[in-house]
Unconditional design. Structure first.
Length: 167
């Protein structure tokens, strides 16, 4: 039940507005034997051990955010967190856009009933027009893609562990 793996976006995903051929989109999911709310998931994701180094790094660039900021984002009291702003929100999804408008982060918490919850985490990198007018993501994106895939799964796993400990 705790395995994390890549998946297709659900049809109702807020992240589904992005995608090929212009944009890169990926998503990961896992399930846990516990009922979890979207607010719990968002807060624990951004308070997780795996995300803490990124928060520290963002703080060095003037985009700091603490645990209370994560809680305010999760509860809907705030529409900004570190280097992101809320692009879209629903009862069970959150779509964030970075300050440069190039990346999106998506969190979705789906109840499967009987005390089981599926957690999704996805990303989009918005392509720029290349010299030929076609989409271009750039060499740096392609070079960092293996790290991104590993890091996405690490983030989701770290949030899952926090949620399981918070029982």
């Amino acid at each position: 039940m705790g395995a994390i793996g890549p998946c297709e976006l659900p049809s109702q995903a807020l992240l589904a507005r992005y995608g090929p051929p212009k944009d890169f989109v990926d998503a990961y999911r896992c399930e846990l034997a516990r009922t979890v709310t979207q607010a719990e998931y968002v807060e624990q994701f951004y308070r997780s051990a795996a995300f803490r180094p990124e928060r520290l790094l963002l703080g060095l660039f003037g985009h700091g955010a603490g645990d209370t900021d994560a809680a305010a984002l999760a509860s809907g009291e705030r529409d900004r967190f570190a280097a992101w702003r809320v692009e879209a929100r629903s009862d069970d999804q959150l779509l964030l856009c970075d300050v440069m408008g190039r990346t999106r982060s998506w969190l979705h918490c789906q109840s499967l009933g009987e005390g089981v919850t599926r957690l999704y985490f996805g990303s989009a990198v918005v392509g720029r027009a290349g010299g030929d007018g076609g989409p271009r993501l750039g060499w740096l994106f392609h070079a960092l893609l293996p790290f991104h895939r590993h890091y996405s799964q690490l983030l989701l796993g770290s949030a899952r562990r926090r949620l399981l400990r918070a029982r």
